[in-house]
Design a protein around this ligand. Structure first.
Ligand code: AN7
Length: 359
């Protein structure tokens, strides 16, 4: 059957009916890539997979939630949607609003949204307001506006977002033929960890003998780790701007996912995030954005900590939530290698590539 997006595929698990207008860009169905080079590199005995959510239509997992949230908004006649965003939600909301022929308002924090994400929101003709505050301020304002005016909030406090996003767990279960032993993922506003846990529980309930429950391993950036610290962070800071969030909306359900699954929510430093970001790109040819790499940084941290008995991991999935092209500045200018400048002649070019060629 031709793939027509996750609502069509998982209809029976989603709150839609035959009259729901399906607004879709054929999101979902993303690759689960076995990461052999990476496993060897970090020296762990087990199967590691990357779920590359950067392959969604707007380049992040947000499209899974947005197809649901926008379809349901259109179903009730909404003409305007609104979101606060560190970037990816706004890119996705703007695209799905364009597809639906409705308007989209975006509130972004000042100065910290990655270039690619902003370019998407602008191209899809969202009304983009950069507020003098951070993500948490923006979310409070978006909630207030949607309470007072006929505007539908499409942040992950909208339950349809969680329903759409849980389908990624279904896909992982189907690809592996079972649930993984561990799932590693970034945690920002904590909607996604809530969604995955819901998804794994759905499959476990439907077929308990086939699908066990994985341990949920969530990672915040150390400068924006409210759940780990146990209190909200007034001025969150991290290079992983997507998860620069100080007061997660789904805090409670993230804690539930951790406790019920016997997992952990911990933090990783910006240095650890960038290292993981580079290793994934260099060893597997997969380019994810910095926030996504916090899942991998978490895995590396726990391998180093000796968390896995006899270094045996079983099956572990790291969620790579967004595409690296979203944030080209971080890749090219700030933290990785800059291109060498050479004169346009053979001698200088040979000198420039001497480390990679053998004659
Ligand atoms: C690439 O776009 O919050 O824990 O406003 O873009 O569900 O918030 C983005 C979050 C991880 C964290 N990875 O997910 C937004 C926004 C990427 C992200 C997260 C985000 P949640």
């Amino acid at each position: 059957m031709v793939y027509k997006g996750l609502i069509e595929k998982y209809r029976k698990f989603l709150p839609v009916n035959d009259t729901t207008p399906v607004i879709s860009l054929y999101e979902g169905n993303t690759p689960l890539i076995k990461a052999k080079n990476f496993s060897l590199k970090i020296g762990i005995n087990g199967e590691i997979y990357f779920k590359f959510e950067g392959m969604n239509p707007t380049g992040s997992f947000k499209d899974r939630g947005m197809t649901m949230a926008v379809s349901k908004a259109v179903e009730v006649g909404s003409k305007v949607i609104i979101c606060a965003s560190t970037g990816n939600t706004s890119a996705s909301a703007a695209a799905y609003a364009a597809r639906a022929g409705i308007k989209c308002v975006v509130l972004i924090p000042d100065g910290k949204v990655a270039l690619g994400k902003l370019s998407q929101a602008v191209m899809h003709r969202a009304e983009v307001l950069e507020i003098s505050g951070n993500f948490d301020d923006a979310l409070n304002l978006a909630k207030e506006l949607s309470g007072k005016y006929p505007i539908t909030l499409v942040n992950s406090v909208n339950p349809y977002r969680i329903d759409g996003q849980k389908t990624a767990a279904y896909e992982i279960c189907e690809s592996l033929g079972e649930a993984p032993d561990y799932q590693f993922m970034p945690v920002g506003n904590a909607g996604n960890i809530t969604a995955y846990w819901k998804g794994y529980k759905d499959y476990n309930k439907a077929e308990p003998s086939k699908y066990a429950l994985p341990k949920m391993m969530g990672f915040q950036a150390s400068g924006a780790a409210p759940i780990v610290e146990g209190h909200s962070i007034v001025k969150p800071e991290t290079i992983a701007t997507a998860i620069r969030i100080g007061n997660p909306a789904s805090w409670k359900t993230a804690i539930e996912a951790r406790s019920e699954s016997n997992g952990v929510i911990d933090k990783v430093t910006d240095g650890e995030i960038l290292e993981a970001y580079r290793i994934v790109a260099a060893t597997e040819g997969i380019f994810c954005e910095p926030a996504s790499a916090s899942s991998v940084a978490g895995l590396i941290k726990y391998v180093k900590l000796g968390y896995f008995k006899n270094n045996k991991l079983g099956k572990a999935v790291c969620i790579l939530t967004g595409h690296g092209l979203k944030d080209p500045d971080t890749a090219v200018y700030d933290n990785v290698v800059k291109p060498k400048k050479v004169k346009a002649n053979m001698k200088d070019i040979i000198k420039g590539i001497i480390d990679v060629i053998e004659f």
